[in-house]
Design a binder for this molecule. Structure first.
Ligand SMILES: [Zn+2]
Length: 269
């Protein structure tokens, strides 16, 4: 599933090619994505893309009088292809520009293409999203304040997109290891110092993944058409039973909220 780093890599990959360009035509070969592609998307021809923004895992193509909201779902990818590139079976939507096509491929069709002419942050899908982790909005004091009223353990808390967006399962385990915090610790018991370390660890982990081109993802294809994902050398994720890279203890696997968590019982308290 594309995580925040893959979406950000996609944003950075496509923005220089579509910003300031006019959508010449929209081709929808299969409108049945997670929600049916609305008629407003078909009417985008003639609009200029002013910027490509991101909120959580949503890409927002700013078209001046509204935004095209794109979500890659479970298996979606956006690529820039030549105007004569023959669409494959799962290439459902094309935004055609003068010299290139921005093509949405989505084999499982859990992705979404929607239009909003209001402020995107007020859209029902985006309204409840939590703090954006790669901005200054997330820091120690903010994380400390957010955790105070929570009855959750810190690992599921981090993965709750209504609190902080885009910290997926891999990144939650890795960040907690870097911050030295046990995944089952009650969120509200974290000290201010814990929260400062954790906020920094989240940023570090996500930025490293973005630099690496996003973490491993079978269906992700970089916007240049090259498979762009590289599994980073993980500290703990998917390393059950293996030696901790810091202390040598065996990495432990537990399940929290139906998701696997990996951690070191010696390094994380
Ligand atoms: Zn350790």
């Amino acid at each position: 599933m594309p995580e925040l780093p893959e979406v950000e890599v996609t944003r950075r990959g496509i923005e220089p090619h579509v910003r300031g360009r006019t959508i010449a035509a929209v081709t929808v070969r299969e409108p049945r994505l997670r929600w049916r592609v609305p008629a407003a998307v078909l009417a985008l021809a003639g609009r200029e893309v002013r910027a490509v923004k991101r909120r959580g895992k949503y890409l927002l193509l700013d078209c001046g009088d509204g935004h095209l909201i794109v979500h890659l779902g479970m298996s979606g990818s956006l690529r820039l292809v030549a105007p004569d590139a023959v669409p494959g079976k799962h290439d459902h939507v094309d935004l055609c520009f003068d010299r290139q096509i921005l093509r949405l491929r989505d084999p499982r069709r859990f992705g979404a293409l929607l239009w909003t002419d209001g402020p995107p942050e007020a859209h029902p899908l985006l309204r409840h999203l939590g703090v954006e982790p790669l901005t200054r909005a997330l820091d120690g004091p903010r994380l400390h304040a957010l955790t105070r009223a929570s009855g959750m353990q810190i690992k599921p808390f981090l993965m709750d997109g209504r609190r902080v967006v885009g910290v997926g399962n891999i990144y939650a385990s890795e960040s907690l290891f870097l911050a030295g915090i046990a995944p089952r610790k009650q969120a509200r018991r974290l000290s201010a110092q814990n929260c400062a370390r954790l906020a920094a660890a989240i940023k570090l982990t996500l930025r490293a993944a973005i630099r690496a081109g996003g973490s491993s993802l079978r269906d992700f294809v970089g916007s240049d058409g090259v498979h762009g994902c590289f599994q980073r050398r993980a500290w703990v994720y998917d390393r059950a039973g293996q030696a901790c890279r810091k202390c040598g203890n065996a990495i432990r696997r537990i399940v929290q909220g139906q998701r696997a968590t990996y951690y070191c019982t010696a390094c994380q308290r």
